[in-house]
Design a protein around this ligand. Structure first.
Ligand SMILES: *Cc1c(COP(=O)(O)O)cnc(C)c1O
Length: 364
């Protein structure tokens, strides 16, 4: 068998090859490449999928995050609460505006520990950024209550959790703004960079639309100093194709993860768990092991690639040394960084590939 990779983007393309190719030709032949009908239709379709009033397409997930905080007026002197164990883009979305991230430890589901948020609120706290990490919805009940109680903005980093729900409500609709990435490896992926925000607030949607296009509502009349962060027509077209199949794609991943949950048996590993009331759309299947590094090497030697999400938590990265947070300041976050491992998971994963991954992990 050829080596099993942690992810196979080619498989996701070939599943709907004809539709993707037809869409590419349609857009190329249309003569309209930026902010046209594909973007408009995708925004409407995705807003309706998420159950939000508005969706505004942007150039990437990081852009969605920093533009969200910019539109909310959060910047220098302000603090934003975020979990310690996230992809560094979550944190950059905060610091690109000059605001300071205040880290909270994760719970056993890898999401922010809601019971540890309140102790971090100061007079400077302006917002909470929840990250629905690996595809599982965060504990939104207490988080929404806390934000109301302390009059804080709530922003959701939904880059890994398109379609996940908490108590039946889709993520991306709980707060002021939901930030999505459509990077190719995400559950709803484009064939290049792409992102979006969702919101129920008319003004936030309008301000974001203006901001993404050089701050102009009407061509050459610029209201604010904005950015160029537009979603391309061709990517929006590809996203419409993928979105139309997202439920079946999610079901396929769920079936693979059900096998993993039922058939992986090894005392040296801990399987992921799902919070009551939350759904998981399995962006990653993340196991924990004290023997993580040995396991990773053993699997690699046996033709199975795995990946660590993420080996260095943001507060220990070189980029954030200026925050002055030393090793030991977030013990749970740091422990996760040393023990988590994402095993192969992708649409189009064959039964033989699944069998082999299960067999080899069980033999470790
Ligand atoms: C992928 C990702 C982002 C950034 O998205 P890009 O489109 O790559 O800029 C932000 N947050 C999380 C949690 C992500 O996984």
């Amino acid at each position: 068998m050829e080596k099993i990779m942690p992810n196979r983007l080619d498989r996701g393309f070939y599943m709907y090859q004809d539709e993707f190719e037809a869409k590419a030709l349609e857009v190329l032949r249309s003569g309209w490449y930026i902010l046209g009908n594909e973007v408009k239709n995708f925004e409407n379709e995705f807003a309706s999928y998420v159950g939000a009033k508005h969706c505004v397409g942007l150039a990437s997930g990081l852009d969605a995050l920093w533009i969200a905080f910019r539109i909310l007026g959060i910047g220098t002197g302000d603090e934003v609460i975020v979990q310690g164990n996230t992809y560094i883009a979550s944190v950059m979305g905060i610091t690109m505006n000059g605001a300071t991230p205040v880290f909270v430890e994760p719970d056993e589901y890898f999401n922010i520990d809601a019971s540890k948020i309140e102790e971090k609120i100061t007079g400077k706290t302006k917002a909470v950024l929840v990250v629905h990490l690996y595809g599982q919805a965060s504990n939104m009940g207490p988080i929404v209550d806390l934000c109301k109680k302390h009059n804080l903005r709530l922003v959701e980093d939904c880059a890994q959790a398109h379609g996940a729900k908490f108590n039946g409500q889709q993520i991306g609709t709980f707060g002021d703004i939901g930030c999505f990435s459509f990077y190719p490896s995400k559950n709803l992926g484009a064939f290049g960079d792409a992102g979006a925000i969702t919101t129920n607030d008319d003004k936030i949607a309008e301000d974001t639309r203006v901001f993404r296009n050089y701050g102009s509502e009407k061509r050459y009349y610029n209201k604010v100093v904005g950015a160029n962060s537009r979603l391309d027509e061709i990517q929006a077209g590809f996203l419409r194709v993928r979105l139309s199949h997202l439920d079946e794609l999610a079901r396929e991943k769920e079936q693979i993860c059900e096998r993993y949950l039922n058939e992986l048996h090894n005392d040296k590993i801990e399987l992921p768990r799902i919070r009551e009331g939350a759904t998981h759309i399995w962006h990653q299947f993340v196991i924990k092991s004290e023997y993580r590094d040995e396991l990773m090497k053993y699997l690699d030697d046996n033709g199975i690639g795995t990946i660590i999400h993420y080996p260095i938590p943001p507060h220990l990265s070189e980029a954030y040394q200026y925050l002055g947070l030393k090793e030991g300041s977030l013990p749970i976050t740091e422990k996760y960084a040393k023990s988590v491992l994402s095993i192969p998971l992708y649409n189009g994963m064959t039964k033989e590939e699944q069998d082999y991954v299960i067999e080899m992990i069980n033999k470790f």
